[in-house]
Design a protein around this ligand. Structure first.
Ligand code: S3P
Length: 425
């Protein structure tokens, strides 16, 4: 579906409640599926990716019922069962990579499949460390389908070159089924929702800086309240900063420090974002944000902040087109392995709008502030975060833009456009 986006003339005003965090929703289903009994997930995500996880675990023997639109009751025997069908992860890398860790330690074989995009994404990053734990995984050149054979896992002491929460989570979840201690070290700290949730559900887990240790554990069923997704809020934070005459409040935003790199960047850019009412929900920090239109200045984004804002880099590129000076983004080469090559994609599409942006091997360089032109057709590359980043750019373009395949926003944020409309008053 193509989408026409018009320039916003009035500014954005009012408040929204940001929907459920995708990363935490996935993890809640996965971990509660391993906990014997009944548990409730409040504010479960309605996005397509999390639905893939839910269906997959249903095929592994758990049952669930929706009590309301976003409240889910999950019932598990504490043990997963062999699926009679191939397990479909859809477009979701998180589903495939985390579930492979859980399945590697089961007493039955499984096959994980994905859509065309996911089937091209690299899985060596999880197959290699899982194999060191004793897993037996067949694949075609380290891509899906992944045929995971039953095996007895043992702990490892693994240092990853990648700061990837998906790889870390895969190994920690496999560690739940492994003999001995599983120790995982990452170069920079990536999101730690898996560690926090494992601790919350009673696993034997400990963390020291970038190293996490886990031992074979039985998880307890508990209710989980999922906070709002800062990666979804990011599009509204950016829109509030760059659309003239805006003043908005975004409620219920997850503020786990391993996810808040964007807020640090906005501070460096002199953006006006205020954090209101900070609190803790199910072991995760959360707060409300007030955002006002701001005069932004350029900054350098590199090193250990990258995993803390990896999904926000396309929208940060849009922000940087409106910041005075040269913004440099480095050390983000893994952005090329997302739903699309997000470095190539954002550079090519923002150039069509007359932004001054240049591709580098591990990021991009943007000179601002430029007037974005519009009057052209842009590709989302069937990537939800590209689609929403371009939509925000469209709000400040001189002329209308058309975004191809905009409906891919359903992957993480089906409510996106409705929420944006609600602020346009
Ligand atoms: C995610 C981790 C990140 C992120 C993805 C979700 C997670 O991926 O890009 O959208 O839920 O663990 P990597 O671990 O590959 O960086």
């Amino acid at each position: 579906m193509d989408k026409i986006v018009e320039k916003n003339k009035n500014g954005l005003h009012g408040q929204i409640v940001i929907p459920s965090d995708k990363s935490i929703s996935h993890r809640a289903v996965m971990m509660l599926s391993l906990a014997k009994g009944k548990s409730k997930i409040n504010n479960f995500s309605k996005c397509a990716d999390c639905n893939s996880t839910l269906n997959l675990f249903k095929n592994l023997g758990i049952s669930y019922e929706y009590l309301s639109d976003d409240t889910l009751v999950l019932i598990s025997s504490g043990k997963l069962h062999k699926s009679s069908v191939e397990l479909d992860c859809g477009n979701s890398g998180t589903t495939m990579r985390l579930t492979s860790g859980i399945l590697a330690g089961q007493t039955f074989d499984s096959v994980l499949i994905g859509d065309n995009v996911l089937s091209k994404r690299p899985m060596k990053r999880v197959i290699e460390p899982l194999s060191l734990m004793g897993a037996n995984i067949e694949s075609d050149n380290y891509t899906a389908p992944l045929k995971i054979h039953s095996s007895n896992l043992h702990g490892i002491d693994y240092s990853s070159k990648l700061a990837s929460a998906q790889v870390k989570s895969c190994i920690l979840l496999a560690g739940l089924f492994a003999e001995g201690i599983t120790k995982y070290t990452e170069p920079y700290k990536s999101r730690n929702h898996t560690e926090l949730m494992l601790e919350y559900l009673g696993a034997s887990i400990s963390n020291n800086e970038n190293t996490t240790k886990i031992e074979k554990s039985v998880l307890e069923p508990k209710d989980i309240n999922v906070v709002g997704d800062i990666s979804s809020a990011a599009f509204f934070i950016a829109a509030g900063l760059i659309v003239p005459n805006s003043d908005i409040i975004i409620k219920n935003v997850g503020l786990n420090p391993t996810r808040t790199g964007l807020l640090d960047v906005v501070k460096m850019m002199n953006g006006n974002v205020e954090i209101l009412d900070k609190r803790i929900i199910s072991n995760e920090p959360v707060g409300d944000l007030r955002i006002k239109t701001s005069d932004l200045s350029a900054c350098v984004i590199s090193g250990d902040i990258i995993p803390r804002l990896i999904d926000e880099l396309p929208i940060i590129a849009v922000l940087a087109t409106q910041a005075k000076g040269t913004t440099v983004i480095k050390d983000a080469q893994d952005l090329r392995n997302k739903e699309t090559d997000r470095i190539k994609a954002i550079v090519s599409e923002l150039r069509k709008l007359h932004a001054d942006i240049e591709e580098t091997p591990d990021g991009f360089i943007i000179n601002g502030k430029t007037v974005l032109n519009g009057d052209c057709e842009l590709s989302s590359f069937k990537d939800h975060r590209m689609a929403m980043s371009l939509y925000v750019a469209g709000l400040i373009c001189k002329h209308n833009i058309v975004i191809k395949d905009f409906d891919w926003v359903r992957i993480s944020f089906p409510e996106f456009e409705k929420m944006m409309y609600s602020l346009n008053k």
